[in-house]
Design a protein around this ligand. Structure first.
Ligand code: GLC
Ligand code: CA
Length: 534
């Protein structure tokens, strides 16, 4: 077991703590605002470490807090080795790190190696330098075809992936034009990444979440992409939920050498971890990212992409396990993050969506491997239907107002009180408006209520950390009635059963450890999961 009730400090030398850790993603803008400007900040997080300790998580993942013009809310980094004044300063980061460590909570931070901000000094210098100069070699500049861009690639946010500069050349941006892609064939780019890694490792961080870990390397020919993928993306389909072998923008061979370079540096700091955002659906392609000299962990998005239902969930679990089976890396599980609709909403919204999200939490936490929780999921927050004027995600503008983007899942967390603001900010306004009806969802309201979603999270995480039935790294499936699934942890014997149907079903045998909803002892109610032991 890792961190338990008895030890609240980090065990030095526990170098594989991440293999079954519960990570908690802090979307920094939306977690807690200390100074009243309506935007979450580092001091705000420090003031809430006690809450995270009560919740019982092992580690944090902080989204980017580096100097940034915020075209993509910090994923456009102008200086990877400093703190944006909006979020605090380096001293505030050090206080946060010290406070988290004092509570036995590790801290991992986001790294954005695929691109920089257009305001990064490298890019402003590149623009001021002529075509063919070494300044332009740090990015991907190319000549177009007459007045057309170098190829037909589209940005992940919609629109062309190329922007023309006044001298006629084009630069590549797989995301917003304010996020030019770096040229990873340039040794300067690699050297700078190493500096960044060491900078934060020397500050004492416990690892990195690596943004767009399937990007970075580009194919040498910059050949056109399949127009069908462009169409699918335009329709709003999740293009990462398919095999990417025909999409030249991602998952290129060269990316693995980059991960090996990162791993080499991180290896010098014992007990640190890398987790990559690996949007690669195919199991075998995924496995290549978590080979022993590459990433420690890769986000597997299968569970998040699965519809609520026994068959799709079982398939997602089997694929996630199969993808890492021969790699030595543990599987990872995620139900939501700052880029997708929250699970309560995805599973149907309202009380139904919340019941299903609670059930899926028990499924997720019953599985062996590392779990990533997204802030606010523990409060059962749904997406928020924001008015057009409030939308800020670049996807909204770049899709010509056809895709609303990701703001709905990024609304600030409600901490206490009866009215918008809800203790998130001492100021008048939050950066995205908070709904009128969230008083019952605040952390304060839920802490007192044993049936709340927050209480369920706390109990579930605590049991996962302390109950011997969670031992082992393998599962076996049980036969289950249609629309249900049941599996057992082979080592410790924990059974998890989920009923996704509209009717009660007989429950598997065993002593009840925890239920996600009302449980009468005999039957498993609709949209409910239970944990049972022998
Ligand atoms: C990742 C991040 C997302 C960001 C994008 C570009 O997918 O999770 O929020 O917009 O990379 O950096
Ligand atoms: Ca603030």
């Amino acid at each position: 077991m890792r961190r338990g009730a008895a030890s609240s400090t980090l065990v030095i030398g526990d170098s594989t703590w991440w293999r079954d850790a519960v990570f908690y993603q802090v979307y920094v803008r939306s977690f807690a605002d200390s100074n009243g400007d309506g935007i979450g900040d580092l001091e705000g997080i420090t003031s809430r470490i006690g809450y995270l300790d009560l919740l019982g998580v092992d580690a944090l993942w902080l989204t980017p807090f580096y100097p940034s013009p915020m075209a993509d809310h910090g994923y456009d980094v102008a200086d990877p080795r400093d703190v944006d004044p909006l979020f605090g300063d380096l001293a505030a980061f050090e206080r946060l790190l010290a406070e988290a460590h004092a509570h036995g909570i590790r801290v991992t931070i986001d790294l954005v190696p695929n691109h920089t901000s257009a305001q990064h000094p490298w890019f402003t210098t590149a623009l001021a330098s002529p075509p063919g100069s070494k300044e332009r070699e740090r990015y991907i500049f190319a000549e177009g075809n007459g007045s057309e861009p170098p190829n037909n690639w589209v940005s992940a946010f919609g629109g062309p992936a190329w922007t023309r500069v006044p001298d006629g050349q084009w630069y590549l941006h797989l995301f917003a034009p304010e996020q030019p892609d770096l040229n990873w064939d340039n040794p300067e780019v690699r050297a700078d990444m190493e500096r960044t890694l060491r900078f934060w490792l020397e500050h004492g961080v416990d690892g990195f979440r690596i943004d767009v870990a399937h990007g970075m390397a580009k194919p040498p020919t910059l050949a056109d992409m399949d127009p069908r993928i462009i169409e699918a993306q335009r329709r709003g389909e999740d293009v990462f939920a398919t095999d990417l072998r025909t999409d030249p923008r991602w998952d290129n061979e060269g990316v693995h050498d980059i991960h090996r370079g990162i791993r080499k540096v991180v290896e010098e700091y014992q007990g640190t971890v890398t987790v990559g955002e690996v949007c690669v659906h195919d199991d075998e392609r995924f496995a290549r990212y978590v080979r022993p000299d590459e990433l420690h962990l890769g986000f597997n998005f299968r569970l998040l992409q699965a519809e609520f239902g026994a068959e799709p969930m079982r398939a997602a679990i089997e694929h996630t396990l199969a993808a890492v089976q021969d790699t030595g890396a543990p599987p990872t599980w995620t139900l939501s993050n700052h880029d997708v609709s929250r699970e309560v909403t995805r599973y149907g919204g309202g009380e139904l969506g919340r019941a299903r999200a609670r059930a899926m939490l028990l499924v997720e936490l019953a599985l062996p491997g590392a779990v990533f929780l997204y802030n606010g999921a523990e409060l059962g927050l749904p997406d928020v239907d924001l008015p057009d004027w409030a939308l800020q995600d670049p996807r909204w503008e770049r899709s010509g107002h056809t895709q609303r983007g990701r703001d709905a899942c990024r609304v600030p967390l409600p901490w206490e009180g009866e009215a918008p603001g809800y203790g998130f900010t001492p100021g008048e306004r939050s950066w995205l408006p908070m709904p009128e009806h969230w008083a019952g969802l605040t952390a304060a309201a839920q802490l007192e209520d044993p049936d709340s979603t927050l209480s369920l999270y706390r109990k579930a995480i605590e049991l996962r950390h302390t109950d011997p039935s969670f031992a082992g790294t393998e599962i076996e499936w049980y036969g289950a009635p249609e629309g249900c699934l049941a599996f057992r942890r082979k080592g410790g014997g924990l059974t998890c059963a989920l009923n996704t149907t509209g009717a009660p079903v007989p429950r598997p045998p065993g002593k009840l450890l925890l239920a996600s909803g009302p449980f009468d002892g005999d039957e498993l109610a609709p949209n409910t999961a239970v944990w049972l032991t022998a």
